[in-house]
Design a binder for this molecule. Sequence first.
Ligand code: NAD
Length: 363
Amino acid sequence: MDAKIVVLAGDGIGPEVTSEARKVLEALGKRFSHSFNFDEQLMGGIAIDTVGNSLPDATVEACRSADAILLGAVGGPKWDNPNAKDRPERGLLGIRKALNLFANVRPVKIHPQLVSASTLKEEVLQGVDMIVIRELTGGAYFGPRQEAGDAAFEAYDTMLYTRPEIERVLRTAAEMALARSKKLTSVDKANVLASSRLWRRVATQVLAEYPDLQVEHVLVDAMAMHLIRHPASYDVIVTENLFGDILTDEASMLAGSMGMLPSASLGDIMNSRQLPLGLYEPIHGSAPDIAGQGISNPLATILSAAMLLRHSLGLEAEAAAIEQAVDAVLNEGVRTPDVAHTGSEVVGTPVMGDLVVQKLLQQ
Ligand code: NAD
């Protein structure tokens, strides 16, 4: 297969981790006779510094004509001035909007060897294997807002949702739940918020069309509690943008490190294979505190590349091969410093990438 993959390495540790994922994809391409054409484009702080725009038109064009996009991370203290007219995050929100990437999919699975990396007790983590789906292009992050400068007396954001926005992400979640344990949890704040009452009404109507699903509605404050009390009870969870932003970070801590968890952002634009044109990225940020030291964990980005193969290229066996290679490396006790423990062999970013390639070629 021939596929075009745009790489948005971004800032901080972004270039370090994406180059390891690219290394793994190249090795996998050789093994399975696929030709992946990588197209490196600018986005985020690096794009502001290079061309004066966090999301250049050329990047949007390249992404639109790609089969999939692999992203590192954007942002850092250099671009943190809140009064700056452009910021790295604008690039990220802009590309999500431009490609209509409305569903952010985050699997949270705990590798048995990494239970000790979490702050939670082992018995709480036993059997955790869930997917959290966050609506990504609506709600308070995109609704009307007012922010009238430093002397402002008041400011507001609007959590605005329309029926179609809610319906399409619920359908994505329902399809994913049907392919797994058929259990779906929809999270809202319907006891207080009008937008959440619309969410609950739409969820009740739309999910009734999936009689095989076992559906549960949970309030977001209760969900925050359940996630650390009995996380293994959940399979697929779906929620709106702001709640999802917070719950997905909480869920990521079940796995101990941000450096382990991948994500996919999917929409309704189809690529040349008639599969969703998705954007795949680790859930972590640009980690400026460790950037350039060669110690960042590339596994979240490598696992994001596996999700890319599965969802945008339809290459299930190849995706599973990467996941098995990562498991094999972890089973041997090799770790980057963020998940290291007594007795583990600690390696840096490029060695971790090399070891995953080695395991991939030994399968
Ligand atoms: P962060 O995720 O970058 O880092 C949080 C902590 O986790 C840090 O101590 C970091 O060293 C560690 N960490 C993160 N990824 C790691 C990895 N792969 N290996 C080892 N350790 C890792 O979050 P932050 O510090 O709040 O944000 C830093 C910058 O990243 C900010 O500018 C923020 O806006 C940006 N950010 C970008 C994205 C994105 O591009 N999608 C997401 C979140 C934050």
